[in-house]
Design a protein around this ligand. Sequence first.
Ligand code: MN
Length: 207
Amino acid sequence: MFEQVKLDYNYYDLEPYIDTLTMETHYGKHHASYTKNFNEAVEKAGLFGKTVEEILSTLNNIPDVDLRTSLQNNGGGYYNHNLYFSIMGPKKDTKASSILEEAIKRDFGSFENLIETLQSLALGQFGSGWAFLSVDKNGKLYATKSPNQDNPFMEEGAHTPILCIDVWEHAYYLKYKNLRGDYIKNFLSILDWEKVSENYKNVIDSK
Ligand code: MN
């Protein structure tokens, strides 16, 4: 059984950047439902015992189109939200580790450039979707956006995301209405770079 990531903060801890009702609905309803539907699809497809990463990077092996779509949408939704909720937190002014900072400078020129790139991808995603910072098989960082619940594991090469920004309206509409840019800016204030740095280290160590 796949389970939702446990939060190490309370729903209200991210106020005023992310409001309590959005957290309750997003984690307690949307993410819960992706998780439930993903578990059902995994059972139907006989994929029990596989990791979510394995499932998302081998979707083309599923011949049944409806089942494949369900695994893509719900598996992506399950994975993306686990990452999203695990990199948020109430700590202020967290910093990237020195190895992540060096990698950011190497691949984006500067930390500010990375932030601008992520903001512009997240703002530019037409309709529902995500922006990601990922690590490729050579350890290089790169940023992408994707529609719906798609993620970098579904791309050629199955890259590993270490940071994501949810730009589905359910992530911000209750508080920010149509102002996606304000939400993105505020999301970046509660993004915990220590957690992103841990994710980066885990990917690099596993290579
Ligand atoms: Mn969401």
